[in-house]
Design a protein around this ligand. Structure first.
Ligand code: BGC
Length: 521
């Protein structure tokens, strides 16, 4: 058995929670990486609705949009090429997250963040100065690589730095920055769309360099997590770092947890092969289902295409962009709610409450659109009617922002044992990116064919995922990250996948056990 640790099937330890300013600062800096992810989500929809951008890079789409005299609102914007611009980035991110896994594991979390930041920076420059479609696409690919690396490494970094009882709060800093990035992008689009001369889109795309510079420079100052230091054989440094981030020398038990986890991790040479083992089945299934479900909430229909959607229900161009800004604000503020409740109420309550709220809103919005537009897609709803639709979309977004939004990156980053954490997080990011791609690519076509039924379609998925959480998700709040296995072992369904002797926990073993030697070599 690794490092001489005892086998334990008891309850997870309750370490004292103290948030040192060191951890707070490191977490805020790392979380700013969320800005690049969010900026991109928010910027593409607005840019692709700018005539000057369309006529320069996608003239055929532009002509088609101008010539289209059809009164069927549902099908006004259906274009594969246009959707490809938005969605191509997510394919690049998907592939990049697998490479990020090795960098994160072998060189530490901070170098993945740095790599992500710098690639995103170059991508932003290429896009801002783009002269032809080739530069545009190349830029998109680099942005995607940046998003893949940031999404893979930052949630792990935050979850490892945080004291167990504040892990939810600190990890959600990443999602919070994503929502700020989306909002900033919406506001910038609102401003640049008013620039005469047709170059506003260059500012929108080029300004992505700002958040990229923040994380690129910031990551250089970040310390590595003790977990990663141990994993890479720097036991002494890890112990110092743990004392420093916890603000006390009384880190004995937590340190032993890390050492044992590190010992097991060193035995695992091929995380990708290992993750398929039966004992990791519960976490593997969760890390696939959670991002899949998150995208099937339909959130990115709103995030990418809100301006287009609002034009569809009869808003003018200005009002549409403004409504997107309102939604962006709701997204930011509702995320704050989860920051302060996730470690008290727990993950499951937020999942269930948020899911129910989203489902109710999807039924209402679908019905409001059905009543006005029917299946013909022809109508001219009053301002009050359209405002009602926007209101319920806002309530839906709030439900997402304190449940599936933050939890879909928190949960996968905290459920895996160290030896396969990095690989598990890559799977999470790539599944997320794959389904983000599918939704981005398919939404306008789906709207054209499924009409108001699209809202019921996503509603049905929300019902499925909420039931799934109620039945299969064990609560993970306040559990020390290297003791998470105990939670799975105690679950009525998942427990059967984990044999007693596969649980290596060091938390309550004395130093005399020889583990200290293993850790400080
Ligand atoms: C999701 C994104 C989404 C964003 C909205 C993130 O957690 O992964 O796809 O656009 O939340 O705030």
């Amino acid at each position: 058995m690794a490092g001489g640790a005892i086998v334990s099937t008891g309850a997870p330890k309750d370490y004292p929670a103290k948030l040192t300013s060191f951890v707070l600062f490191a977490s805020v800096v790392a979380a700013t990486g969320g800005l690049i992810v969010g900026y991109d989500i928010g910027i593409s929809g607005g840019v692709t609705s700018m005539d000057s951008f369309l006529s320069k890079f996608f003239p055929s789409v532009y002509r088609k949009e101008k010539e289209n005299q059809s009164t069927n609102q549902y099908c006004k914007f259906d274009s594969q090429v246009l959707q490809m611009f938005t969605s191509s980035l997510y394919l690049a991110a998907l592939i990049a997250s697998f490479f990020a896994s090795s960098v994160t594991r072998m060189f530490g979390r901070k170098w993945s963040m740095f790599g992500g930041g710098i690639t995103f920076l170059v991508g932003a420059a290429l896009n801002g100065f783009a002269q032809d479609v080739l530069m545009l696409i190349l830029g998109r690919i680099l942005l995607g690589i940046g998003v893949g690396f940031a999404g893979q490494s930052i949630p792990i970094y935050l979850s490892e730095m945080a004291p167990a009882r504040m892990r939810g709060m600190l990890n959600i800093g990443f999602q919070f920055m994503i929502t700020i990035g989306i909002l900033a992008a919406n506001l910038i689009n609102y401003g640049t769309s008013k620039i005469n001369g047709g170059w506003g889109w260059r500012i929108s795309l080029g300004l992505a360099a700002v958040p990229a510079s923040i994380i690129t420079l910031g990551s250089l100052f970040l310390p590595d997590t003790p977990n990663s230091l141990i994993e890479r054989g720097h036991g002494d440094e890890a112990m110092c770092m743990l004392c420093r981030i916890r603000g006390t020398n009384d880190i004995h038990e937590e340190y032993i947890d890390l050492v044992v986890a590190g010992e097991v991790a060193k035995l695992v040479k091929h995380p990708w092969r290992n993750i398929l083992k039966r004992k990791y089945r519960p976490q593997l299934i969760m890390t696939i289902f959670v991002p899949f479900f998150q995208q099937l909430t339909g959130i990115n229909v709103i995030m990418f295409y809100a301006p287009v959607l609002f034009k569809t229900i009869g808003f003018g161009g200005n009002a549409s962009l403004m409504s997107a800004v309102i939604i962006g604000l709701v997204n930011v503020f509702a995320t704050i709610v989860s920051i302060f409740t996730v470690d008290k109420l727990g993950r499951q309550k937020l999942f269930l409450q948020g899911g129910s709220q989203m489902l109710a809103c999807q039924i209402i919005v679908g019905t409001l659109i059905a009543i006005k537009f029917g299946t013909s897609g022809e109508a001219n709803p009053s301002r009050t009617y359209a405002a009602f639709v926007v209101f319920f979309i806002c309530v839906y977004v709030a439900g997402f922002a304190w449940s599936w939004g933050p939890l879909a990156s928190l949960v996968p980053s905290e459920i895996f044992p160290l030896e396969i954490r990095s690989a598990g997080q890559s799977i999470n990011v790539s599944v997320n990116m794959f389904f983000t791609f599918i939704i981005a690519q398919a939404f306008l076509t789906m709207l054209c064919h499924m009409k108001f039924g699209l809202f019921y379609f996503f509603g049905a998925w929300v019902l499925i995922m909420t039931t799934f959480v109620a039945v299969f998700f064990p609560e993970t709040k306040n559990v020390p990250i290297e003791e998470m296995i105990l939670v799975w072992k105690a679950h009525w369904f998942w427990g059967r996948f984990i044999a007693d002797e596969e649980i290596h926990i060091g938390g309550r073993v004395e130093m005399a056990n020889g583990i200290s030697k293993a850790g400080s070599k």
